[in-house]
Design a protein around this ligand. Structure first.
Ligand code: GRF
Length: 228
């Protein structure tokens, strides 16, 4: 196999661009929506710091004032906004307020990270194929809350993590990336949830970068990425 150095030498001699030389990527502004502890937010920020994710976080929005993730955002110098859904007369009014806030920040991708609030059709239509969610199970198995507990109680031998585009239907949008988590004989629901969370922290930033890289299409339910 030819080394990358050899490829560089070939590229210098010819006018053909060498696609193997890493290209500096322009950071893309994201928004992260949270409701709680914010460990996925922290993982995304870590990936940005570590250079694995070419993004900036323009704003973190929480629908709960007591979300621990807000402190993580503030410690990292990121703008935060608390928008309690109870302050709005309807789901639609809340969604419209969120859309307004996100548009004003010119974010290119919205990442739900433990945001415990269904987003309606108007919100999803405002950001077509630009909202991601991470779910702690292999969808379409075990949608909704407490997915790790549902998987454990069901007795599955393999569970996992799904990153998917968000549509108005709960945990049902096209799948971007999945990773499996084996269920061990010694597991409890808690130990399984802990291992699943660690996998979430690895694949969510990767999936975000893959979406930001572009070149993908959605055919039916299938997200088709370019061959690398
Ligand atoms: C994660 O398990 C995520 O998959 C689910 O909500 C949880 C959020 O955890 N949607 P955290 O707030 O990111 O720690």
């Amino acid at each position: 196999m030819r080394s990358q150095g050899a490829c560089r030498a070939v590229a210098r001699r010819s006018s053909v661009p060498n696609l193997l030389i890493p290209v500096e990527k322009t950071p893309v502004p994201l928004s992260i929506l949270i409701s709680g502890r914010g460990s996925n937010l922290a993982a995304i920020l870590g990936a940005i710091r570590g250079g694995q994710l070419a993004a900036t976080v323009a704003i973190v929005i929480s629908n709960r004032a007591d979300a621990a993730g807000l402190a993580i955002a503030r410690e990292n110098g990121i703008d935060t906004r608390v928008m309690p859904h109870g302050d709005y007369p309807s789901r639609d009014a809340y969604d419209r307020a969120l859309v307004g806030e996100l548009r004003s920040r010119r974010v290119k991708l919205i990442c739900l990270a433990g945001f415990m609030r269904r987003l309606g059709p108007a919100f999803c239509a405002a950001f077509p194929n630009a909202i991601l969610n991470v779910h702690p199970a292999l969808l379409p198995s075990f949608p909704g809350a407490h997915a790790q507990r549902q998987a454990f109680d069901h007795g599955v031998k393999v569970t996992g993590v799904t990153v998917h585009f968000v549509t108005p239907e709960l945990d049902a949008g096209p799948i971007v990336m999945q990773a499996a988590v084996p269920v061990l004989e010694t597991d409890t629901a808690e130990s399984l949830a802990d291992r699943t969370l660690t996998i979430e922290h690895g694949i969510y930033p990767q999936a975000i970068q893959r979406v930001l890289d572009g070149g993908w299409t959605i055919e039916g339910r299938r997200v088709i990425f370019p061959q690398s």
